[in-house]
Design a binder for this molecule. Structure first.
Ligand SMILES: [Zn+2]
Length: 657
């Protein structure tokens, strides 16, 4: 590991200790092998003037909710050093009382909560203190005789601290260990099964010492590490099994979740190890990972996914019952990731963001397991220590603050014709409600149009059966299933009387507006059947119930589509899939309605464009966003008990009514 310190950058801020603290904190945070998603903490001691003109000693320590990679000066909570030092002398203090006392000692009441390690930072008699959960160091301690290995590697100038709970107990333990010790002789501290501390009066020295400690662990591991095993060619993942697994985990968690398959070479190689299930379920890399990833993953077996999940939740219940004192609020029993022997792994997150965090933890853990195995065996903290973190009073307090998630968070949608018009409005409405969306469109630019985290653009001609299936499969592979399908793609052929319809126009309208919709339902049905409150919304047309002259090719296809939806509602009800039809009329902010066409139509009726747009009983203009909002409502819980319905959205039309 190399130091990222840049003399020129540091020189510009060298007079400001807090600016330097921000700088080296970000250097630490920029390396995921050191710091992962809010892990680690740093501080600097400085003096600050009070409003009374006195100077007081302040510890600027990482505030909770901030990430070292992106931290800024306001992310450091200023706490009176004297108060923290006195707290270290207390024989006993609960962590919630500690949090309250730390807040009370802030010099700025609007600052974030100081890190739970603030007292520990305060008693280290150096200005700069850097703490990380560096993978190589922690992996080294997660082995038999880990403490002996650390001693052998770092010599007598490293303080080795046996594992205790973070928070007050850790600060108090180190306070006792170091009371009669000369800190000057120490180069750092290794906290077994937890992480590493470095410190110095100088920002650069503290940071670079941290890098040296981690590099020494890396070099030590490299001496023992074996090359990664070969991976067999990527097997075709059984996507229906994945969708069943997602449904079972969603039910266990009491909400829809995403299930992201990871078949990357490193994860696949691990999953193919004969003892992978046993290794993966020995425990965690560092105990704080339990909050995001739970103590152990689920192992996918040859039996039904529902049975694997039932076994997992029963084992979780036993674990809770073994350790609870009866006063704790039990968390959900659902796994956060699964090892799938031969296939790789599956991560279960409520959102793409949560999925990415769990995925990172999993990848770092699997790598550390490989290292530790080369060093004599992967050995982790016992379940009691992990339970204490999972059910820490500070974590329990957070449960009460948890807000309600967006209505469609964890749900997976697919929209055809999503690059523009009603389709695009549907994608925006669905993602705003928290759903992830596969966006199919003829237009190849759809691939670049969406942010990829919440919406994945897939160029696809829906009349190409193979392309359609591949698009549906790639969506399932990415998120683990399918809950909402909005059949929106369609074309509006030029106006022609039946006697004059160009055969190509007729055939194309039937192919796009009708046949491809059946093919889409066929490709989606196996996954919808395994979805969470699955729903299909068909974008029909006012032309189905109230056709107009000259639109034969269009109206006939849309009428056929309506009939297709009615039959689908009958057939798919047994699996709980709802199929409803919207009949929009005169939605003018779509690609079909060019300004020229609007002018022409308005002129035909002797109206202005504005009058023409609002030509309905209610005298209102209907927008793509209006149709999208209705589509989301129909796909959501309000319509949970409705299927086979046809709902106009046309401002009121005498012929439809
Ligand atoms: Zn820590």
């Amino acid at each position: 590991m190399r130091s990222k310190w840049d003399n020129a950058e540091a020189a510009a801020i060298s007079a400001d200790p807090l600016a330097l603290r921000v700088y080296t904190s970000r250097l630490l945070g920029s390396d995921p092998a050191l710091v992962l998603h809010g892990g680690g903490n740093t501080s600097v001691k400085a003096t600050a003037p009070t409003i009374f003109g006195e100077e007081e000693e302040v510890l600027f320590v990482k505030g909770s909710g901030w990430d070292l990679a992106t931290i800024e000066a306001p992310g450091f909570a200023p706490v009176r050093l004297d108060a923290l030092r006195r707290m270290a002398e207390l024989a006993d203090l609960s962590d919630s009382a500690m949090v309250t006392a730390q807040r009370a000692a802030l010099t700025n009441p609007y600052a974030p909560n100081p890190s739970v390690e603030a007292i520990l930072h305060a008693i280290i008699p150096f200005r700069f203190v850097d703490h990380s959960h560096a993978d190589p160091v922690v992996a080294l301690t997660n082995t038999p005789d880990g403490a002996a290995k650390v001693r052998e590697l770092y010599g007598p100038h490293m303080l080795i601290v046996p594992y205790v709970m973070p928070g007050f107990i850790l600060a108090r333990t180190i306070y006792e260990m170091t009371r009669s010790m000369n800190w000057e002789r120490l180069l750092g501290m290794i906290l077994l099964n937890h992480g590493v501390f470095s410190f110095a009066h100088d920002a650069k020295e503290s940071y670079e010492r941290h890098i040296e400690i981690v590099t020494a662990a890396e070099d030590y591991i490299a001496r023992f590490s074996m090359p990664a095993p070969d991976v067999s060619p990527t097997p075709e993942a059984p996507l229906q099994k994945l969708a069943r697994l997602r449904r079972a985990v969603s039910r266990a968690r009491g909400r829809a979740i995403l299930a992201s398959l990871d078949a990357s070479a490193a994860v696949r190689a691990f999953s193919e190890l004969p003892n992978a299930p046993e290794l993966a379920t020995r425990g965690l890399l560092t105990p704080d990972h339990v909050i995001r990833a739970k103590r152990i993953p689920l192992v996918v077996s040859a039996s039904k996914p529902e049975e694997d999940v039932a076994r997992y939740t029963a084992a979780y219940q036993d674990y809770f019952d073994r350790h609870t004192d009866g006063s704790l609020t039990q968390l959900d029993r659902a796994p956060r990731w699964a090892l799938w022997p031969g296939q790789g792994s599956v991560t279960f997150g409520a959102s793409p963001k949560e999925t990415a965090v769990i995925d990172d933890i999993k990848r770092h853990t699997l790598r550390a397991i490989r290292w530790a195995e080369a060093l004599g065996g992967w050995q982790t903290l016992g379940e009691k220590e992990i339970f204490e973190i999972e059910y820490w009073e500070l974590e329990q307090a957070k449960l009460k603050k948890a807000g309600k998630p967006p209505a469609f968070e964890g749900k997976i949608a697919l929209v055809t014709g999503g690059a523009s018009g009603i389709g695009q409005a549907c994608v925006e409405a669905l993602t705003a409600l928290g759903a992830v969306v596969a966006v199919l469109d003829m237009n190849p630019s759809v691939a670049d149009q969406f942010d990829r985290q919440m919406a994945l653009g897939i160029p696809c001609d829906i009349t190409d059966d193979d392309a359609l299936r591949a698009a549906v499969d790639s969506s399932v592979r990415r998120w683990g299933g399918l809950d909402i399908v909005i059949c929106n793609a369609g074309i509006f052929p030029a106006s022609q009387a039946i006697a004059e319809i160009d055969p190509d126009h007729w055939d194309r309208s039937i192919a796009v507006n009708l046949t491809s919709q059946q093919r889409l339902l066929r490709a989606c049905a196996p996954y919808l059947n395994l979805g969470i409150d699955p729903a299909v919304v068909i974008i029909g047309s006012k032309n189905a119930p109230a056709p107009g002259p000259g639109a034969g090719a269009y109206s006939v296809a849309k009428a056929g589509l309506t009939q297709l939806a009615r039959v689908a509602a009958l057939e798919m009800a047994a699996a709980g899939v709802r199929v409803n039809v919207l009949h929009p009329n005169a939605v003018f902010d779509t690609a079909i309605w060019t300004p020229e066409l609007l002018e022409k139509r308005a002129a035909r009726y002797g109206l202005s464009v504005a009058e023409y747009k609002a030509q309905n009983l209610l005298g209102v203009e209907i927008t793509a966003a209006d149709v999208a909002a209705l589509a989301c409502t129909v796909a959501g819980p309000v319509f949970a008990k409705t299927t086979g319905a046809q709902i106009p959205i046309d401002g009121g039309n005498e012929r439809v009514i």
